[in-house]
Design a protein around this ligand. Structure first.
Ligand code: ZN
Length: 268
């Protein structure tokens, strides 16, 4: 026969188990498809907060598709089909080691709800208009993937910075620009509504990766005869902020549109 104390201990253990099982389950759960998880904010990047806070292996737990940059602003990141690639300023592309960290990025488990074919796209602005004509809700988020052989693809990458980090507009003055003709590959990224100003890049923010994974970067231009476009409408957005003294000390308010366009949309 059990003593009163033993019975009480048994009940306590059982109670703790019941409490802890759902908690552990929730912590390990991956986000549902088509939920964006964003790490840090674009204004933090404009202000030079390039220190990586999240391991790539952990970022991939939040999505199999997306774009990012790396510790020290070391190149442009593209996540496709669960793998992360780093397009460096020297023109090389590598598969990202799991312990490399990121200071900024957005990812999702990509589940497209729409597939379209676009033809005779003459430049990036034309592509933006054609995509805008294909989406239903300008106030929703979209993840976009474009597969094709591109007559022209232009992308940039930034060299790794060292502390004290300069602002993004200064770094992009020294970016490397790549121009490719007849290259097969994928443009992938997101469309954010205008009201996301300050948090991310409003409009389309796409990165390029060639099919053979040898070329890539932040998309500046593209032209093609025909390409397959996969679009996912997204209505849930999560944000994870860095926990650092530098982040806490920054003034991240204010409209930085001009600076952002100079750093991210200079298509010359
Ligand atoms: Zn980019």
């Amino acid at each position: 026969m059990q003593s009163g104390i033993q019975r009480r201990q048994c009940k306590t253990v059982l109670f703790l188990l019941i409490l802890s099982v759902p908690f552990i389950g929730a912590a390990a759960e991956a986000p549902a498809p088509n939920v964006i998880t964003q790490f840090s904010t674009i204004n933090a990047i404009l202000d030079g907060l390039y220190q990586g806070h999240w391991r790539c292996a952990d970022v991939l737990k939040h999505g199999d598709f997306g774009i990012c940059t790396f510790d020290g602003l070391d190149g442009e990141g593209i996540l496709l089909e669960g793998k992360a690639y780093q397009a460096k300023a020297d023109g090389t592309v590598i598969t990202v080691p799991g312990d490399l960290t990121i200071p900024f990025g957005s990812v999702t488990f990509f589940s497209p709800s729409q597939k379209i074919s676009l033809s005779d796209i003459s430049d990036y602005e034309h592509l933006e208009t054609a995509l805008d004509n294909s989406i239903k809700d300008k106030n929703a988020f979209y993840a976009v993937r474009i597969d094709g052989v591109f007559n022209h693809a232009k992308a940039r990458s930034c060299p790794k910075q060292s502390m004290p980090y300069p602002p993004l507009v200064e770094v992009t003055n020294h970016q490397t620009v790549f121009d490719w003709q007849n290259v097969e590959g994928t443009f992938a990224g997101f469309r954010y509504p205008q009201y996301m100003q300050g948090l991310n890049l409003p409009g389309y923010h796409l990165h390029f990766l060639s099919k053979d994974h040898s070329k890539g970067g932040h998309a500046l231009q593209c032209a093609f005869d025909t390409a397959n476009v996969y679009i996912a409408e997204i209505r849930t957005f999560n944000m994870i902020l860095p926990e650092s003294r530098e982040f806490a000390a920054k003034d991240l308010s204010g409209n930085r549109e001009q600076e952002l366009n100079a750093a991210e949309r200079d298509r010359k």
